[in-house]
Write a protein that binds this ligand. Structure first.
Ligand SMILES: Cc1cc2nc3c(=O)[nH]c(=O)nc-3n(C[C@H](O)[C@H](O)[C@H](O)COP(=O)(O)O)c2cc1C
Length: 346
């Protein structure tokens, strides 16, 4: 039923890029086709998917598309892009989709206009987030279907850029409802769909349902990115086999192992070699990038969040995570990490 990964690998050429914006059936094609090569995307993650992590991943290679962390359509128009940790971005961080979220009665147009001025390559609508903060606004996975339809139609009319949506599988496992929702998104002009293979209420510790992403893939004519639970090359291959997706989106796996894109790109998409990996050096490079990219008061919280995931590279990584967690400034955190790395060498 599913294409074997060996077949995918042998015939890597047709699959090793994602063409976004070419899939609108029968409608007048007004979109430039966006090419993402390889079809591997960094997930939107609050506090994690920022310029420093993106630059680190770019240095290691293998990434083909970036998504910002979710941005409120109400705040976006008034954010200062020079100092805002949510908006600051270098020209190398491309192709780039900004992810927005909106409540049913919120005006998205000023946010879309702002994203045009920020040189977005695409705009992603968050329709999957189950966070309580979004529940209050009726945004993310709480947006009623009718409002989703209207919002997507408004977004489609407001931009010439490719638009995408990121969803979960729904509130309950209901194939008919899921596929009709996805087809509605496609009909309203969505060009790329990311499916996180969990239900609205499911925690990250639950295994994602990659086969359900496959049901979506078979039902729509736009490219589909599979998301959820990819922490290794083996996971990436299994997810592609089970879902038949056009590409993958990596979240926490990319924070634990920022070189995972390069490994998947090489193994699955025949990309060039993976750089030599030195885990402590990469950690200190990340600190340098935080210093380059953010105001001093914006650095430590982001390092703590990163360390929470990165520490899983070590058997006793919780010592690193809790040590850094208790630090009051970046220098102290760097020293704590250095002591940890020296200790595990002994
Ligand atoms: C700390 C954190 C923040 C997240 N923030 C967002 C977000 O802003 N928008 C979104 O659509 N999903 C968000 N997610 C969900 C991820 O994009 C992704 O769907 C999820 O982590 C599953 O993928 P993974 O198993 O590769 O991490 C977040 C996840 C985490 C762990």
């Amino acid at each position: 039923m599913y294409t074997s990964i060996d077949k995918l690998t042998q015939e890597a050429k047709p699959y090793n890029r994602l063409l976004v914006g070419s899939g609108d059936k029968g409608k007048e094609t007004i979109l430039p086709v966006l090419e993402c090569h390889p079809p591997l995307a960094l997930a939107p993650m609050v506090g994690l998917s920022h310029s420093a992590l993106r630059l680190l991943i770019l240095e290691l290679g293998g990434v083909g598309l970036f998504f910002s962390e979710m941005l409120s359509v109400m705040r976006l128009p008034i954010e200062n892009e020079i100092v805002s940790p949510f908006l600051c971005r270098t020209p190398e961080e491309t192709p780039f989709f900004y992810q927005i979220y909106a409540g049913p009665n919120q005006d998205i147009i000023p946010a879309v206009e702002r994203l045009h001025r920020l040189n977005a390559q695409g705009i992603d609508l968050n329709l999957g987030c189950p966070a309580p903060a979004l529940r209050k606004q009726g945004a993310g996975s709480f947006m009623p279907v009718d409002s989703v339809r209207k919002t997507v139609a408004t977004l489609r009319a407001a931009t010439h850029l490719p638009i995408s949506a990121k969803i979960r599988l729904g509130k309950t496992l209901d194939k008919k409802a899921l596929l009709s929702f996805c087809k509605m998104l496609e009909d309203e002009g969505i060009n790329l769909l990311t499916v996180h293979g969990r239900l609205q209420g499911e925690k990250f510790c639950r295994n994602p349902r990659w086969d359900w992403i496959g049901k979506v893939k078979q039902a729509v004519n736009i490219p589909v990115l599979a998301n959820g639970g990819i922490f290794s090359v083996a996971d990436a291959k299994k997810c592609l086999e089970r879902s038949g997706a056009d590409g993958l989106m990596l979240g926490r796996g990319a924070v634990c192992k920022p070189w995972l894109f390069a490994e998947i790109a090489k193994d699955v998409y025949n990309a060039d070699s993976v750089p030599e990996i030195n885990i402590p050096d990469i950690y200190f490079r990340f600190i340098e990038l935080l210093q380059d990219r953010f105001l001093p008061e914006r650095r430590l919280g982001r390092l703590k969040q990163f360390t929470h995931h990165y520490s899983s590279n070590f058997l006793f990584g919780h010592h690193l995570a809790s040590g850094v967690q208790n630090c009051r400034n970046l220098d102290e955190a760097a020293e704590t990490a250095m002591n940890f790395f020296n200790k595990i060498k002994e």
